[in-house]
Design a protein around this ligand. Structure first.
Ligand code: ATP
Ligand code: MG
Length: 490
């Protein structure tokens, strides 16, 4: 209360609430208020100035507690800012930077940053040249993501989007990146599951979870991705690469639509307000690859968008596609067929990721894409019951094996070099495979070998570094079979 009176004195303006429409509050007596400014109500709750009119200020209240008509309102003179710092690592916080469920103690800091800033300009941006490994084979080989890329993760509900992102976080955190997971209007139980997953994989000390639940006021959910981006920028400015997940922006858009309709903004396409594109674009523009000091530091951003019944042509979906550098498409049809992850490589796009792949990986990628196209065509054709020649049978069998090589369950994270070695061995017919379980066994054995034996890891990494193409790799592996899989029968 003292604080409130101080603010009133400092700004010299005392506002009064005149009208309330759900979370939108109209107040007068604040002639110098600016859009985006933080407002404090008499009961201590916060709000943000949405717009100004000659005789009143429109405020979005961040509270579910009732605000009284006639109550006092104070300006703060500053935009919404959140505390930032390394003390946030390993914590779950709400979009204002306080502990989410009061379980984790967050130390006080003097470092505050405004959540709305202008994105850095072209002069401080760099070309995207380093690959960010996700630990998910099909993505690392066929749809590579670069550090600083903005890659949309799109698909129907319950198709494994979040699961893929969690695997990516674990893989990136192990590689030394700071990871931020933003839950936008999720259920509490889902946030708990995410937390558990990080604990199980022992990466909590490199991860920050920013949580807003569907029960939170719309305004709080609305600012969640901006807060997350602000924290990512803090780590970028310290020279640390950051991976930012926004799960998900279609929910974000829905809450913004609700706020806008309540505030009497003119509804446009699908009732979304006219500035919905700007709302997302000014956020995603803040990610990228930047020059910090003398080095290159990146904020990689993976926003999620849900599609209603595989309709990828919706308003929000296409908006976000146009402001990202590609998308990974989760296909409900493939999910129903039992494929995990259910990523459709033909309908997914990565615009800048390919330039981050090494020559051999690019060559494998090209080879694989043309092979899988052929395989899919043949498989569709064989559905007609046509009799298959021997070569067609070989192609379909190899295709099935390649696809089952890409199957990964929730807990498995496979380094991309091992995926390539396995793929090449399979291609050359060196793996003795009769069932999908055999492939799983091989995967486990190779990953274990790679992760526990440093000299083996070095051997594989150098071999892949020196190769220029898939054919060269095939002949190299043929020559060094015993070294590629020491002590094991192929
Ligand atoms: P939502 O629409 O709720 O956000 P989503 O698309 O994020 O869903 P997930 O929650 O990641 O999907 O996954 C849905 C279900 O599929 C979960 O029960 C999860 O365990 C299972 N699943 C997803 N990916 C895999 C996988 N690679 N292996 C095994 N199970 C998986
Ligand atoms: Mg999800």
């Amino acid at each position: 209360m003292n604080n409130f009176n101080n603010l009133l004195e400092k700004t010299g303006e005392v506002g009064y609430v005149r009208m309330i429409v759900n979370e939108i509050v109209y107040a007068d007596g604040l002639p110098s208020a600016r859009p985006g400014e933080l407002i404090i109500f008499e009961n201590g709750e916060r709000g943000k100035v949405l717009s100004l009119s000659p005789d009143s200020v429109e405020i979005l209240a961040f509270s579910k507690k009732p605000i009284k008509v006639g109550g006092k309102v104070a300006r703060t003179g500053s935009p919404i800012a959140i505390p930032v710092g390394t003390q946030l690592l390993g914590k779950i916080i709400d979009p204002f930077g306080s502990s989410f469920d009061n379980t984790s103690l967050i130390q006080k800091t003097r470092d505050y940053r405004s959540i709305e800033v202008t994105p850095l300009g072209i002069m401080s941006r760099r070309k995207i040249i380093r690959q960010l490994e996700t630990g998910v084979g099909i993505v690392d080989i066929m749809l590579p993501i670069g550090h600083g890329q903005r890659q949309l993760v799109i698909g129907d509900r319950k198709t494994g989007k979040t699961n893929f992102l969690l695997q990516t976080i674990v893989s990136a955190a192990r590689a030394g990146n700071i990871c931020i997971y933003t839950a936008i209007g999720k259920k509490k139980i889902d946030i708990k599951k995410v937390e558990e997953y990080f604990k199980e994989n022992k990466v909590t000390d490199r991860v920050i979870i920013i949580a807003s639940t569907s029960q939170d006021p719309s305004g709080v959910i609305f600012i969640a991705p901006y807060s997350a981006m602000t924290i990512a920028e803090y780590f970028r400015d310290r020279g640390q690469n950051t991976l930012l997940i926004l799960d998900d922006l279609s929910t974000h858009a829905k809450f913004y639509r609700e706020i806008s309709l309540l505030a009497n903004k003119f509804p446009g396409r699908n009732s979304y307000p006219g500035d919905i594109f700007y709302v997302h674009a000014r956020l995603l523009e803040r990610a990228g690859s930047f020059t910090v000091g003398n080095s290159e530091v990146a904020i990689t951003c993976l926003p999620v968008v849900e599609t209603p019944q595989a309709d990828f042509s919706g308003y929000i979906q296409t908006n976000i596609m146009s402001m990202t550098d590609g998308h990974i498409l989760f296909d409900s049809g493939l999910f129903a067929e039992g494929r995990r992850p259910a990523i459709n490589p033909f309908l997914s796009v990565t615009r800048v990721g390919k330039q981050t792949q090494s020559a051999v990986k690019r060559s494998v990628n090209r080879e694989l894409l043309s092979f899988l196209t052929l395989y899919t065509k043949l498989r569709n054709f064989s559905h007609f019951g046509a009799e298959a020649t021997e070569s067609v049978q070989v192609t379909t069998e190899t295709g099935e094996r390649v696809l089952s090589l890409f199957d990964q369950d929730t807990s498995s994270i496979i380094p991309s070099n091992i995926q390539i070695i396995l793929l090449t061995l399979l291609w050359a017919g060196h793996l003795n495979v009769t069932s999908t379980k055999d492939i799983l066994d091989y995967k486990n054995r190779f990953v274990k070998l790679y992760e526990t034996n440093p000299s083996y890891k070095e051997f594989i990494d150098t071999m892949l570094d020196t190769c220029e193409s898939f054919n060269e790799l095939l002949s190299l592996i043929n020559r060094n079979k015993a070294q590629v899989f020491p002590g094991g029968k192929l």
